[in-house]
Design a protein around this ligand. Structure first.
Ligand SMILES: [Ca+2]
Length: 487
């Protein structure tokens, strides 16, 4: 138990852990996040629960994995029907206010916040319907994704950039109005759209970087990238199979770094205002909903469980946190539910007794062999993907495909699949047993596909879904959606 403190949680979208100065990246400029890390604790092994916007955000809200809630993709999304930490905090009399991207079903649902300011939810309550077709193996190629990275990375404006600025403005306005001491601690949830593509960057930030200093992905050429059938299928759906031109890769990376610096400056503005308002006794948390492959394994975006997509930045600072520290414990976004309640000095309710997450304020007592679980059931897959990491070993269990096993200590970029080596069979068997103790992958895969098939039928089936085109990215409030025709 720690003492109650007002808490600001910043969430970005699509920020790979490796793309921050405080995580050892010497090229990128992230002074606000670096200062936050210097004032707090950095988590080096932090993971999202599912590497895609909506299932990740549902898990962050509920402290539960997709197989526990059924919020599995960007069409079957959080609707307030499962208790969130926001519901719990609000019921205890705390103000819980969100500003910005939520990516739940609708603002008409009671998602648990006292107030949602300029919320971005899934488009028309429907979201990414083409991914529902993965259940029957009929998901069309997502043509707009390739263009989003190759044609829209560079100097320019975007609706997301402007949305970020509006979010900063609203957050600062709210803090000014609530800076005086209050009877109950509050939570301000500030959720930016960047650095989600398009990687459009303001000119003054683009000038901070040069192409030649941009690193190339560690594993990208056709000769070395994973040929696992699940990954080959994902590349096909994402249309990134031939994305290995070095100049293009550097250009995209430069734009990505620039957009992260833009996002960092937004956070910096809010932090600066908090200082001006003398809100120095707040807890501040930063994380992102998932990472970004940035060309590694011939992949862009998320939707796979390689470290680049699954690992997230996570920083916790403020009262009761020793400044300038780090933890290599295996932690997950599902730990944020108890962490946030702890931050408000609230106890977990009886209905939350089966939550798997634990308060990060107690991270020093987490066991070395703590299990880290994650799962994925959406675009680019034909079978459910389950992750079980314990210590240095990471099992990737595919329904319908061979399993993968990596030694992250010896092979951080996951290039040698140990599941194919007899001498690692005991480790593989052990992790599969542990995984099956947490959930039954085949049963769950079946249930997810049934739900996706049912939802697809509600939208008129395959032809109607394909005929309505594919959503390139969710528009911010008040902006028209960009829909690509499926050919
Ligand atoms: Ca996202």
């Amino acid at each position: 138990m720690v003492r109650a403190a007002n808490t600001v949680i910043f969430v970005s979208d699509n920020h790979a852990q490796s793309a921050a100065g405080c995580y050892g990246n010497s090229v990128i400029q992230t002074p606000a996040l670096d200062s936050l890390a210097a004032r707090g604790m950095r988590f080096d092994n932090a993971y999202c629960a599912s590497p895609l916007c909506c299932p990740s955000r549902a898990a962050l809200a509920t402290g539960r994995f997709p197989h526990e809630t059924g919020f599995v993709d960007n069409a079957i999304v959080y609707d307030g029907s499962v208790a969130s930490w926001m519901h719990r905090a609000r019921a205890a009399g705390c103000k819980v206010v969100s500003v910005g991207k939520l990516h739940f079903r609708s603002a008409a649902d009671d998602n648990g916040f006292s107030q949602e300011q300029i919320p971005m939810h899934i488009l028309d309550g429907r979201g990414g319907t083409t991914m529902l077709l993965r259940a029957t193996g009929e998901e069309p190629t997502n043509i707009g994704q390739w263009e989003l990275y190759t044609q829209h990375s560079g100097v320019g404006a975007s609706s997301y950039q402007q949305y970020d600025r509006d979010i900063t403005h609203n957050a600062i306005t709210w803090l000014r109005a609530n800076a005086q001491p209050q009877a109950k601690p509050w939570v301000l949830f500030v959720s930016y759209a960047s650095p989600h593509p398009p990687f459009r960057v303001p000119p003054h930030i683009d000038q901070l970087y040069t192409l030649s200093e941009m690193p190339l992905p560690q594993v990208f050429s056709a000769a070395v990238r994973s040929q696992h059938p699940a990954i080959t299928h994902l590349r096909k759906i994402m249309d990134t199979s031939v994305m290995d031109d070095e100049d293009t890769l550097r250009r995209i990376t430069k734009a990505y770094y620039g957009l992260i610096t833009h996002m960092d400056r937004q956070i910096g503005e809010v932090l600066g205002e908090m200082e001006a308002l003398e809100l120095l006794d707040c807890r501040i948390i930063y994380t992102s909903d998932h990472g970004e492959m940035l060309g590694n394994q011939g992949l862009f975006g998320k939707s796979c469980v390689f470290e680049g997509a699954l690992k997230v930045p996570l920083i916790l600072s403020g009262p009761d946190i020793v400044p300038g520290t780090s933890s290599d414990a295996l932690v997950s976004h599902v730990d944020l539910f108890p962490t946030l309640l702890d931050s408000l000095n609230l106890t977990v309710q009886p209905g939350d007794a089966d939550l798997q997450g634990r308060s990060l304020f107690n991270v020093s007592s987490f066991e070395r062999d703590r299990k880290l679980f994650a799962e994925y059931h959406a675009t680019g897959t034909t079978g459910g993907v389950f992750v079980l990491r314990q210590d240095r070993y990471k099992l990737i269990y595919h329904v319908g495909h061979p399993n993968e096993l990596y030694d992250l200590q010896a092979d951080p970029f996951e290039t040698v699949n140990l599941a194919e080596q007899q001498k690692h069979s005991a480790t593989l068997d052990h992790l599969i047993t542990v995984l099956k103790g947490l959930c039954n992958p085949e049963d769950h895969d079946r249930a997810v596909k049934q739900a996706q098939g049912k939802k697809a039928a509600e939208y008129g089936g395959r032809d109607a879904i394909v005929g309505s085109g594919t959503l390139v990215y969710t528009p911010p409030p008040g902006i028209k959606a960009e829909i690509t025709k499926i050919v």
